[in-house]
Design a protein around this ligand. Structure first.
Ligand code: SF4
Ligand code: SF4
Length: 328
């Protein structure tokens, strides 16, 4: 069973870190993964939290840096330079947090459960990681915490798009006339049709369904892959075989996610912090504690069962949903 430590405020951070222990990060380069906020959204985890973590790491001569990835939609975080500028405006500067901020736009392919995810290059190359995850609602996964911080936040914009558009074409050869309409319609050249063959490249497909729409022979059907399943797989691609501590912040718990400038109202009062070395356990404990304050609140506001990502995470070996809660 995994340990998850609860503490109400950052004064207890040192004590919580000592339980795992943080000494395993001594002298190491440590990637601190966090969302540094979207323009117009003020709910994101604040630089003071990052600074507290950086201070703990500096005490043991580790070399931390803050890290996040660009996003798939045009706006203030589409380009690395835009995100660097926004992070600065949100207070994530060397002066405030005591370390560099690195934004990644490129990735390295990693396959989990037969699907390929482009894990951000710095993340892929890092062995020691601390995840700072703000727990809040999410329109597609009900809730976003540690699993979503990596599953969506740890991958390239191409993989983000692919997960968001989480459907793919299922092909029936018997019905196909090899007309080639699907290949012509595909904006990502994921389909190749020849006289008697139909080839599909899953790694290029973004699930837009354009091929399904143009097929007159009903040889293609759209099949949905569950968003939360893909999130769990993508998170595993990011963190497998690494030493990771997961700090979840349950404060400013909003209906929508930190990427949304209109994240909606606060749906639950502040709860505190959780720390674990298991992303599934820390998210499960977050859901359980928030449910105690506002029963089933993420499902009520987003109409999506947030526990699915926990079940999928456990099923694919990302972590354990069984945990022991320790309070300090
Ligand atoms: S559009 Fe349909 S019938 Fe034509 S090649 Fe594609 S799958 Fe086959
Ligand atoms: S779903 Fe879209 S991206 Fe995927 S093969 Fe069909 S047309 Fe191409």
């Amino acid at each position: 069973m995994t340990n998850v430590v609860f503490f109400p405020d950052l004064q207890h951070l040192s004590k919580a870190f000592a339980l795992f222990p943080i000494q395993r990060f001594t002298g190491k380069e440590v990637l601190i993964k966090l969302h540094m906020g979207e323009k117009g959204n003020s709910y994101f985890m604040k630089p003071t939290v990052a600074k507290s973590v950086v201070d703990e790491l500096t005490k043991i001569h580790a070399r931390p840096f803050l890290f996040d990835t660009t996003v798939a939609y045009h706006g203030s975080r589409f380009l690395k330079s835009q995100y660097q500028e926004l992070a600065k405006r949100h207070g994530f500067t060397m002066k405030n947090v005591g370390c560099d901020v690195i934004i990644d736009d490129e990735g390295i392919s990693t396959t989990i459960e037969g699907r390929t995810f482009e894990v951000a290059t710095h993340l892929k190359k890092s062995t020691y990681i601390i995840a700072l995850s703000h727990v809040k609602g999410h329109i597609q996964s009900g809730m976003g915490g540690a699993i979503k911080n990596f599953g969506m936040g740890g991958v390239t914009k191409e993989t983000k798009t692919k997960i968001h558009n989480s459907s793919y074409p299922v092909y029936t050869k018997e019905a196909c006339t090899f007309c080639g309409a699907c290949a012509n319609a595909c904006p990502f050249t994921a389909i190749n049709v020849n006289e008697n063959s139909w080839e599909y490249n899953e790694n290029r497909c973004f699930g837009c369904d354009a091929c399904v729409d143009v097929c007159q022979s009903k040889a293609l059907q759209s099949k949905d892959a569950d968003f939360q399943f893909l999130l769990a797989c993508s998170a595993k691609a990011c963190v497998q075989n690494k030493t990771v501590l997961y700090l979840n912040e349950m404060k400013r718990i909003s209906k929508g996610c930190d990427c949304d400038p209109n994240a909606g109202p606060i749906i639950c009062s502040d709860v505190g912090y959780l720390l674990s070395d298991d992303p599934v356990a820390v998210d499960k404990a977050s859901l359980d504690l928030i449910d105690k304050v506002q029963e089933n609140v993420f499902f009520k506001v987003n109409k999506v069962n947030p526990y699915k990502q926990i079940q999928y995470g456990e099923k694919i070996g990302l972590g354990s949903a069984s945990y022991e809660l320790l309070e300090i």
